[in-house]
Design a protein around this ligand. Structure first.
Ligand code: ACM
Ligand code: ZN
Length: 508
């Protein structure tokens, strides 16, 4: 049966149900009615609340269909399963069966970077709408980076007035910008909530902050004016750890973001911090001395923990990219998102699970990063990744779930955005939901082909399944093209800075 993600258990019985006429269903939930032909209390297809140990139970007999769940979210999941079974037809003969279903992980997410290229509300809603059809329940929203700050923060208006606009992209001389108003964020958050998806906002700190520093140069170590980055790569104009104004500004940003995003998870970034300016800054040096720190990693640890403490008053659970573990002092309340592929990082993450009970989101760059082409991160590779395998025995208990990030340095159009996301993200949807140990790629591919009508119907582009696992030659060519694109996109100065960066202690 073409259900994706594969349900926990299906018991097939004799006969079938003719899902006919207007396709209306008995439901109180408008979002479920909208998936079918509308709502009609007299329909033989019913969605009812009731006690069950499952997320939902979907029973199809020759007389009708009954979906049962404890809550609206379970009923919605039953509805998308039923929708998939119709194969896109409101005149379908549904096989008699009972589906017993529940998710493997509580966190099943995609990520969209709206900083490197800005995408408007309608595109974000289209992404949310389609993700919900495959039982994703979080969208990680990367809204602050070197190339743009995408929120309106009333207390710090230069963040959107200056920080949301850049002069060009990799030398093209064409201004690029955009930000979301508070009303637009509410529209996105509410739309997602109706589909049981929570928006996890990310303000990447203390690196990847050149847009913030362009708006408020006094928040950097040097205090010198700079511009929103128009090249990619890693930038060294970042927030200072020693200026109180930085923490005051962040407090204002958090206060407004906490209002905008009700999700308990709140991403604080923490990746790729080029600490060049910290090493020369008297204010950073003063912190360094006062706190008795041993290296610049610990200075990042000090900054991160201080920021985490500020976030506590909003009752949020912080999430950080895995480099935040490098200081060895990350606040125990923080979850970690694993993305790098190096052995020492994997060992740190495994140790954090074993010794601190740390919760981890699996987003290993290879193969989960969707901005890489299929020739590098194939559908098959994405499907095969088992979240805890690399972390070793006993690590599965720390896995909160899975997430496939989509960075947009080289993705400027909506069509490409969706083609990078689909269908590969659906391999991650299945890993996040389906029980462990049932993976069978050929079966997955067959079911995948059977549910793509959901994207076709919404006019959402995707890469044909036949092109998702290219052979060796095509893969080598696409890897070479991708490498060149990455290199061309990097400002030669920042790239050189990054390579020559040493983690020397500041001269105190
Ligand atoms: C990352 O890809 N820098 C988290
Ligand atoms: Zn400083």
């Amino acid at each position: 049966m073409n259900i994706l993600p594969k349900p926990f258990r299906i018991e097939v019985s004799e006969g079938s149900f003719a899902f006919r006429a207007d396709g209306k269903v008995a439901t109180d939930l408008p979002v479920i009615a909208s998936l079918f032909g509308g709502a009609d209390a007299g329909s033989a297809v019913k969605f009812v609340k009731g006690e069950t140990e499952w997320d939902y139970v979907l029973r199809i007999t020759s007389k009708g269909v009954t979906a049962t769940a404890r809550d609206d979210e379970g009923l919605f999941h039953a509805a998308v399963t039923l929708l998939q079974l119709t194969g896109g037809s409101l005149e379908a003969d549904l096989p008699a069966c009972t589906v017993y279903d529940k998710p493997r992980f509580g966190y099943r997410a995609g990520m969209i970077d709206v900083c490197r290229h800005f995408y408007g509300v309608e595109t974000v809603k289209k992404l949310i709408d389609t993700m919900a059809l495959f039982k994703f329940n979080h969208l990680h929203f990367h809204v602050s980076d070197d190339q743009g700050f995408r929120l309106r923060i009333d207390a710090l208006p230069k963040l959107h007035q200056i920080g949301s606009e850049r002069k060009g992209t990799c030398g093209d001389g064409k201004p690029h910008g955009g930000y979301y108003t508070k009303a637009q964020i509410k529209e996105i958050v509410d739309y997602a909530a109706e589909r049981y998806i929570e928006i996890v906002p990310e303000i990447d700190l203390p690196g990847h902050t050149r847009a913030i520093v362009a708006a408020y140069p006094e928040l950097s170590c040097s205090g010198k004016p700079t511009e929103v980055a128009s090249w990619f790569g890693i930038h060294s104009k970042i927030l200072c750890t020693g200026k109180e104004g930085v923490y005051e500004a962040l407090d204002k940003i958090f206060a407004e973001m906490a209002q905008m995003f009700p999700c308990k998870l709140f991403h604080l970034g923490g990746d790729e911090v080029a600490k060049l300016e910290w090493a020369k800054c008297p204010d950073c040096a003063a912190v360094y001395r006062k706190e008795g720190l041993k290296n610049l990693e610990e200075l990042q640890g000090y900054f991160t923990n201080r920021v985490i403490n500020m976030l506590k008053k909003y009752d949020k659970t912080p999430v950080l990219w895995n480099e935040a573990l490098n200081s060895g002092m990350l606040d125990k309340s923080a979850a970690v998102q694993y993305w790098t592929t190096d052995r020492p990082s994997a060992e740190r993450v495994a140790k954090a699970i074993a010794e601190d009970g740390r919760k981890v989101i699996m987003s290993r760059c290879n193969p989960y990063y969707l901005d890489y082409p299929c020739g590098m991160h194939s559908l098959k590779a994405m499907y095969k990744l088992e979240p805890a395998d690399e972390l070793g025995e006993g690590s599965e208990k720390g896995i909160l779930g899975v997430e496939c990030p989509l960075w947009t340095e080289h993705i400027a159009q909506e069509k490409e955005l969706f083609e990078h996301f689909y269908p590969r993200a659906l391999a991650v949807a299945e890993t996040g939901w389906s029980p462990k140990g049932v993976k069978d790629y050929a079966d997955f591919e067959e079911r995948l082909k059977g549910v793509l009508f959901l994207l076709d119907r919404r006019g959402v582009p995707y890469v044909p399944v036949a092109e998702c696992n290219p052979g060796k030659i095509k893969s080598a060519l696409s890897a070479a093209a991708f490498g060149m694109k990455m290199q061309r996109g990097c400002d030669p100065t920042s790239a050189r800075n990054w390579r020559s960066m040493s983690l020397k202690q500041p001269k105190c």
